[in-house]
Design a protein around this ligand. Structure first.
Ligand SMILES: Cc1ncc(COP(=O)(O)O)c(C=O)c1O
Length: 356
């Protein structure tokens, strides 16, 4: 605390990201990174950037990347916005599109950055409780609002929403922006991207951190009507002209172009998820249905905090949220390689004293 701080800073409760421990040899299943490295084409593209041109600023509009993403989704370049990770894209979304008189709506259990942005930008919000099955019930969002945002699949539950439900919402909610945060969509969900040309108040946000293995490069994008994209661009250009450096632009293009690698790795993650869910259920865990690269699981006889601490003693890190109380029994486990997941299963068997 300091008297030199601007008043708003006193009120902030910053987001706390999952830890990035410095220790080697950890089985790190806590921040939903991809266990597989980026495509070799990405690495080649990054190497090609090293050189004299680094003295020059990058393209402030990242046109090449926007064109690649637009082509990928069959959209026009003016329907694409790119940013330094989808967190930055989301921050601009909150400021540019979600600050109105009426409160915005999002689930009570969801990506915990949303209330942080609201605090930062002075946005009123109302949370809508997930059902007893930890699902988003779309009809609960049919009420006056200044905007609606939710992840699909939701985080940290991993539960997917049917596209027909989202379309039902879009048909009834025409007076404010609906943001679908599809950070994990490539692991089994139904993307709302094909609806972008049909609903001018729909914004779909994606990241290259998960299914494209590029969390370290910081790349995210939004798809929507040109008017929505213009609002984001105005905010971006009032904040930072060059959020994407030359590496991010080149790496992002290569990642979007390497379809084979993308398909192979996301299917590998989904196959491992299926095996891990079965192993955990055999041990008595209850696992929520997941369409993400993580699962949300609890054991009826063991509490989440204790399990997480015991796994840590075995050098395995998973994410545990102490609050709200409803999710305290759960562990959020990122899908790793088959080998990492086997290490986790073996450790849990030992902790639960189950004989193989
Ligand atoms: C639901 C959701 N949205 C957005 C993000 C942000 O991802 P990034 O900033 O790495 O693109 C995350 C990261 O974990 C997330 O879980």
């Amino acid at each position: 605390m300091s008297r030199f701080w601007s008043p708003v800073v006193h009120e902030l409760t910053p987001y706390v990201p999952g830890e990035q421990p410095k220790l080697a040899n950890l089985v790190k299943l806590n921040t939903n990174e991809n266990p597989y490295g980026p495509s070799l084409r990405v690495l080649e593209a990054l190497h090609a950037v090293v050189g004299d041109t680094l003295r020059l600023y990058p393209d402030p509009n990242a046109d090449r990347l926007k064109q690649t993403i637009a082509g990928y989704f069959g959209l026009k370049t003016n329907q694409v916005f790119v940013g330094n990770g989808s967190d930055e894209v989301l921050a601009h979304v909150f400021q540019a599109l979600l600050k109105h008189d009426a409160p915005i709506l999002f689930p009570d259990i969801t990506y915990s950055f949303y209330p942080v942005y609201c605090k930062l930008y002075g946005i009123a919000y109302q949370t809508i409780a997930l059902t007893d099955n930890f699902e988003i019930r779309m009809m609960d969002y049919f009420r006056p609002n200044g905007g609606i945002i939710f992840p699909n699949p939701n985080a940290p539950t991993g539960c997917p929403l049917a596209l027909s439900e989202i379309e039902r919402l879009l048909q009834s909610n025409t007076g404010s922006v609906v943001v679908v945060d599809e950070a994990y969509i490539d692991f089994g969900g139904e993307s709302a991207a094909p609806l972008v040309n049909l609903y001018q108040n729909l914004l779909v946000v994606h990241t290259l951190s998960k299914s494209r293995s590029l969390a370290g490069l910081r790349l995210g994008y939004a798809l929507g009507h040109p008017d929505l994209i213009e609002a984001l661009t105005r905010v971006k250009d009032s904040f930072n002209s060059y959020p994407l450096d030359r590496f991010a632009i080149a790496g992002g293009v290569a990642a979007m172009e390497d379809q084979d690698y993308f398909e192979a790795t996301r299917h590998q993650v989904m196959a491992t998820r299926q095996r891990l869910v079965k192993e955990l259920e055999d041990m008595g865990f209850k696992v929520l249905p997941s369409a993400a690269n993580f699962i949300f699981a609890r054991h009826p006889a063991h509490d989440g905090a204790t399990l997480s601490a015991k796994l840590r003693e075995c050098s395995i890190i998973v994410r545990h949220f102490g609050k709200p109380a409803r999710i305290a029994p759960f562990l959020r486990i990122t899908i790793g390689t088959d080998e990492q997941c086997q290490t986790l299963v073996d450790a849990l068997r030992e902790i639960l004293a189950i004989n193989a």
